[in-house]
Design a protein around this ligand. Structure first.
Ligand SMILES: [Zn+2]
Ligand SMILES: [Zn+2]
Length: 182
């Protein structure tokens, strides 16, 4: 069976016995993966959708997609080779969205999830709370908004009073700094 007809990786949830109507990859994450470089392409309409497409990108080793869906100011700090080898070495086993908080303040959202993987000791899960920011593309003729992942592991030397890395025009500490505190 071609990959496009198979169940999308993000549709596999080991904590559920069955999923009634799992989507095929071509009807789920593939359009997002294929359009990442196109300005007018399909873009994740919510933080949860972006989270799902990023999980599928890890399973299918699309490190480029992981980089390009991280907030632009952080992209240069990401190690694409490390992302790629981690994605390859992990025996991914499914995704469970625990909770999606679609609106936090003006432009943020959070998704709590479990990304499952197999190890010699059995099924394990990365249980994480990820934060996302909605960025307005001011170069577009009409205001286009796009969700990005905020990576808390990237250390950037930005002071609390500087303008935020997401380009919102607000101070970092009042904007993405809230979600990048570590
Ligand atoms: Zn999917
Ligand atoms: Zn921000």
């Amino acid at each position: 069976m071609p990959l496009s007809k198979k169940n999308c990786p993000c549709q596999i949830n080991p904590s559920l016995e069955t999923i009634s109507t799992p989507l095929a990859y071509e009807d789920c994450c593939q359009p997002y993966h294929n359009n990442i470089d196109k300005a007018e392409g399909v873009q994740a309409e919510s933080a949860e959708r972006l989270m799902r497409t990023r999980y599928s990108a890890f399973v299918l080793v699309k490190a480029d997609y992981i980089v390009k869906t991280t907030v632009p100011a952080q992209q240069a700090f990401l190690d694409i080779n490390a992302i790629e080898s981690w994605a390859k070495e992990t025996d991914w086993a499914g995704l469970e969205i625990v909770e999606h908080t679609p609106k936090l303040g003006k432009r943020h959202a959070q998704v709590e999830f479990k990304a499952y993987y197999n190890t010699e000791d059995g099924l394990q899960a990365h249980h994480e709370l990820s934060s996302f920011v909605k960025v307005t593309d001011k170069t577009a003729s009409e205001n286009k908004e796009r969700w990005y992942f905020l990576d808390p592991t990237v250390s950037m030397s930005v002071s609390q009073k500087q303008p935020c890395i997401c380009g919102s025009g607000e101070k970092f500490k009042r904007c993405c700094g809230v979600y990048l505190a570590n």
